[in-house]
Design a protein around this ligand. Structure first.
Ligand code: HEC
Ligand code: HEC
Length: 156
């Protein structure tokens, strides 16, 4: 065994000294590498799936926001339980959500939802996952305060 290793090392050393760096280091694959094809231009009409060019904007029908008052909307089915449900009623008359005011909570907070006939904000919205996971309070945590960053109003 030892002898074999020695012979192999010797052969390797001889190989290096006799052939020199030029021949051993030249990559043999270089010769057979495929020549790259010249770049082709893709016509605009072939970019994307829409007909016409990528720069044409086909006219879009205007979105009709719903005018359904809260209390008259219908709870919509969700694709799955993790999905934020769509807002089935109009939100047009409720002012913006600010640091101090949240019109959504006038109906959806734990203390009034039942009286208003609205769905109460779920426990997941009243838990501070970062600082107190598992503790469900009465108020909505900061991460859930801007309701419309997850819930969208239903349109036609
Ligand atoms: C005047 C009371 C009222 C206000 C204000 C209000 N809602 Fe509602 N909301 C309701 C009622 C009542 C329902 C039950 C469906 C219905 O009757 O329209 C509902 C349903 C929902 C639902 C559907 C819940 C589910 O289980 O599918 C979501 C989501 C929702 N509201 C979000 C909001 C958001 C976000 C705002 C603020 C932009 C808001 N609501 C403001 C009363 C209100
Ligand atoms: C970070 C995203 C996010 C924000 C912000 C958020 N929600 Fe939700 N909401 C969800 C998801 C996801 C669900 C469904 C899973 C669950 O119940 O936690 C949900 C569920 C609900 C439901 C249905 C509860 C039920 O029992 O069926 C209501 C009502 C609701 N949210 C109201 C609100 C209101 C009001 C606000 C603002 C104060 C708000 N949400 C903010 C993601 C969000």
């Amino acid at each position: 065994m030892k002898n074999t290793v020695f012979v192999l090392l010797l052969v390797a050393a001889m190989g290096c000294s006799s052939s020199g760096p030029e021949t051993t280091e030249a990559p043999p694959a270089a010769k057979s590498e495929p020549v790259p094809e010249p770049l082709k231009t893709i016509p605009e009409t072939e970019i994307g799936l829409a007909p016409g060019t990528a720069f044409e904007q086909p006219p879009q029908p205007p979105i009709k926001f719903n005018r359904i008052d809260p209390g008259e909307g219908e709870i919509q089915a969700r694709p799955n339980a993790e999905f934020p449900p769509v807002i089935p009623h109009s939100v047009e008359d409720f002012g913006p959500i600010t640091m101090t005011e949240n019109p959504c909570l006038d109906c959806h907070s734990t203390d009034v939802a039942e009286d208003m006939g609205a769905v109460v904000v779920p426990a997941s919205h009243r838990m501070d996952l970062r600082n107190a996971p598992g503790v469900v309070g009465d108020t909505v945590t900061g991460a859930r305060f801007v309701c419309t960053s997850c819930h969208v109003e239903m349109t036609d």
